[in-house]
Ligand binder design. Structure first.
Ligand code: SAM
Ligand code: DTB
Ligand code: SF4
Length: 344
């Protein structure tokens, strides 16, 4: 007779030492633990699929060392003004017809002005009316802007911590770590779902990676979505030419994120063009259950959709479709399967 299986509690009090011990586990033990926790909360063969669109590109006043869109760097990039609502909705409709259930819109702003926000709100309402989940990432928000977005029907706000508090100053100097935590607090306070994660491969140490995850897991509520980006190296940015991260270290971070935030979606985010199919499969095994799908991220190419469809088919994975009734972390997620055939 097998012993009853107890589900690990959702915790917000992890110490750095505990998290470092997770990172130090033998690889197979780490993956087994992550996959077991994953199965307590999710169907392991379903992947949430989001499509990303840059609604306002480049000329950003911030100096994030990884980003092609900073006006402070030499990256070759055509700046574009805020897209008209109709054009955005056309792209969203196309993404929906290919199987995406969430549409994420990104703008290269330090923070939106109230006039900017009026236009973004029209986009959110339009995408919502298409029956898709909506996500925006617009930089820093104040409390009032967060509640306006909530009232417009926005589902998620993406705002990444990017790295550990200790390493942060080597990557960004124009806004503080506390600024980011404050924006996340405004977003949480109005009942928007938070999407927050970071970037790996910027020259940070394993301790920094553990420390970043500690910040995320010890927030008052776990972000519902945790994007783990592999740095996309863009010529002209300060971080171009960084040494490549050991791919197994990337998988370890995904597994640790799954263990620390059991009921959150962990997104295998930027950087998939540089990953083999085998590495992505290991990430799914480690508990990643969300991807960006579609040919472009914001300013750089994403993995080809054909390749993704083939990979899903080879691995027996399906696009997840969230039912109208939404669920919160901690509850068991309710999904229906979205047949891949629909997306071809
Ligand atoms: N300007 C807004 C902000 O920074 O909050 C929103 C857009 S910004 C491009 C969103 C996130 O994309 C960043 O926080 C960062 O984590 C990620 N990102 C940007 N450039 C990247 C790159 N080259 N490689 C990996 N991730 C990147
Ligand atoms: C996130 O964590 N990754 C996305 C999204 N949130 C906005 C952005 C990735 C950007 C990759 C580089 C580019 O295309 O400019
Ligand atoms: Fe601007 Fe966002 Fe890029 Fe930073 S990450 S430079 S805030 S667009």
């Amino acid at each position: 007779m097998s012993l009853p299986h107890s589900i690990a509690p959702i915790r917000h009090d992890w110490t750095l030492e505990e998290i470092e011990a997770i990172f130090d586990l033998p690889f197979s033990d780490l993956l087994f633990r992550a996959q077991s926790i994953h199965r307590d909360h999710f169907d392991p063969n379903q992947i949430q699929v989001s499509t990303l669109l840059s609604i306002k590109t480049g000329a950003c006043p911030e100096d994030c060392g990884y980003c092609a869109q900073s006006a402070k760097h030499e990256a070759k990039l055509e700046s574009e003004r805020l897209m008209p609502v109709g054009e955005v909705l056309k792209v969203a409709e196309e993404a929906r017809s290919k199987g995406a259930t969430r549409f994420c819109m990104g703008a290269a702003w330090r923070n939106p002005t109230d006039k900017n926000l009026d236009q973004v709100i029209a986009m959110v309402e339009g995408v919502h009316a298409l029956g898709m989940e909506t996500c925006v990432t617009l930089g820093m928000l104040n409390a009032d802007q967060a509640s306006r977005l909530k009232a417009a029907g926005l589902d998620y706000y993406n705002h990444n911590l990017d790295t550990s508090p200790e390493f942060y100053g080597q990557v960004i100097t124009t806004r503080t770590y506390q600024d980011r935590l404050d924006t996340l607090e405004h977003v949480r306070n109005v009942g928007l779902k938070t999407c927050s994660g970071g970037i790996l491969g910027m020259g940070e140490s394993r301790r920094d990676r553990a420390s970043m995850l500690r910040q995320l897991t010890n927030l008052p509520a776990h972000p519902e979505s945790v994007p783990i980006n592999l740095l996309v190296q863009v010529e002209g940015t300060p971080l171009f030419g960084q040494a490549q991260l050991d791919p197994f270290e990337f998988v370890r971070v995904v597994a640790a994120a799954r263990i620390l935030m059991p009921a959150s979606y962990v997104r295998l985010s930027a950087g998939r063009t540089e990953m083999s199919d085998e590495l992505q499969a290991l990430c799914f095994l480690a508990g990643a259950n969300s991807i960006f799908y579609g040919e472009r991220l914001l300013t750089t190419p994403n993995a080809e959709s054909d390749r993704d469809r083939q990979l899903f088919e080879r691995l027996g994975l399906a696009f997840e479709q969230v039912e109208a009734e939404r669920t919160e972390p901690g509850a068991c997620h309710k999904h229906t399967e979205h047949k891949l055939a629909l997306s071809v």
